[in-house]
Design a protein. Structure first.
Length: 424
């Protein structure tokens, strides 16, 4: 049994969904769990709907819901000529229930509200895609992910109850696969023990594929994207990128940690535990080999990888009493940064200073200064970039740093990192 995950770009319109069907035709007769994301930019639209609902802005709320319904009806119309096809009734039911939400007083738990509304994107897409597969003669069954992925009550960042989820998967999925070739389900969403919907946070749909593969002991997982696989650099910044044809789970996690955006570490971790290979392939060119991620590290160091983070802010934090930056200070600083929700990209300390590099857009300077002003002074440099090179040599370092001022650098055996500023 295989697990396929199709993201929003792969189901953004009727031709894209027809392409998904064509890809599945290539695997005729095989057992496949298909995980889909919300269509196109649906999640963004649903987030706007949540904001309008919480503000009790009925006019904006209704207008946004109308736009979202029109988008999904246009896709359905491009797939099903018969306007009386049952999928149109399903869509109407979902949007009727969503419209009724504005008449209810919002819960004080905004994260709870977010999950109940934003999760509709995956329900809509999976219903439409499954209806099209059935119409094309596939032996497909729709399955509600909220009946199989159990989480805690941490809304917007649900933590998986692995024991319960594995039991639910064994109970629901395996018997269905005996009578169906394809199970169509949703990424990103789960449920609490009380039956409330939760979402799994960033890259939640990819993570769902990893969860289901782990719990059902899948043969492999394929994530279908609009890129040929994992590249050694972002083509937005590099014109001569290379495909990483085969890398290890460890290397994929390292690249993700440093900022590569193709695969999130939490997707890889459950697959690594059961040694389930992960493929990253292009839905635009399904015959291409793509990238294979597995336990083998034989190919990790053959091609250097480059990760660039722009718009970086270097903060230097010093104790006002000029005392050493010791464990107590570091504990205070980390706790404050966690409270402010400021992730650290790189850090370095000396006797009197603790320096961190962060994404500028994630920092509210007034809040930052207010949090530290009592005990610490802060200096900062803006307009920087962070360059990470995996499997570096002097040539690659020169390539990335020539014409730039090196503000800070760190090196390990396999990784070199530079905080840089362009020379004027």
């Amino acid at each position: 049994m295989k697990v396929f995950k199709f993201g929003g770009a792969s189901v953004k319109d009727a031709p894209s969904i027809k392409n998904v069907s064509a890809i599945l035709t290539r695997f005729s007769g095989q057992k496949i769990i298909v995980v889909v994301s919300a269509m196109g930019k649906t999640t963004n639209k649903l987030e706007e709907i949540v904001a309008a609902y919480l503000a009790q802005d009925q006019k904006t709320f209704v207008g946004l819901v109308d736009e979202l319904q029109a988008y999904h009806l246009e896709i359905a119309a491009g797939l099903f000529p018969d306007k009386h096809f049952h999928i149109f009734e399903l869509l109407d039911d979902i949007f009727t229930e969503l419209r009724a939400q504005i008449q209810r007083k919002p819960s004080d738990n905004h994260a709870f509200v977010y999950d109940q509304i934003v999760s509709l994107g995956e329900l809509l897409s999976s219903r439409i895609v499954n209806a099209y597969l059935l119409d094309q003669g596939f032996n497909s069954q729709w399955l509600d992910a909220r009946s199989i992925i159990r989480t805690d009550n941490k809304y917007q960042e649900g933590q998986v109850d692995w024991t319960k989820t594995e039991a639910l998967c064994q109970h629901y999925i395996l018997p269905l696969l005996e009578t169906h070739d394809i199970l169509m389900t949703q990424g990103f969403i789960g449920h609490t023990s009380e039956g409330f919907t939760t979402t799994l946070g960033r890259e939640g749909s990819d993570y769902s594929a990893g969860i289901l593969a782990y719990c059902c002991a899948a043969k492999d997982v394929t994530i279908w994207k609009d890129v040929p696989g994992m590249l050694n650099a972002d083509p937005k910044y590099f014109s001569d990128t290379q495909l990483l044809e085969h890398i290890s789970f460890k290397e994929a996690i390292e690249l993700s940690y440093y900022g590569a955006s193709v695969i999130h570490p939490k997707t890889v971790q459950p697959l690594q535990q059961k040694d389930i290979p992960l493929y990253v392939k292009s839905f635009l060119d399904p015959e291409a080999s793509g990238t294979k991620i597995s336990s083998s590290a034989l190919h990790d160091s053959k091609i250097p990888s480059f990760i660039v983070k722009k718009e970086q802010l270097l903060l230097t934090i010093s104790s006002k009493d000029f005392s050493f930056i010791a464990e107590k200070h570091l504990s205070d600083i980390f706790e404050t940064l966690a409270h402010l929700q400021i992730p650290i990209n790189i850090m370095q300390n000396s006797a009197l200073n603790f320096s961190i590099l962060v994404d500028r857009k994630k920092v509210k300077m007034e809040a930052l200064n207010a949090a530290f002003v009592a005990n610490y002074s802060i200096r900062y440099n803006e307009g920087l970039e962070l360059v990470t090179i995996r499997h570096y040599d002097q040539h690659t370092i020169d390539q990335m740093t020539t014409g730039k001022e090196i503000i800070l650098e760190q090196r390990t055996r396999n990784t070199a990192r530079f905080v840089l500023r362009y020379l004027e």
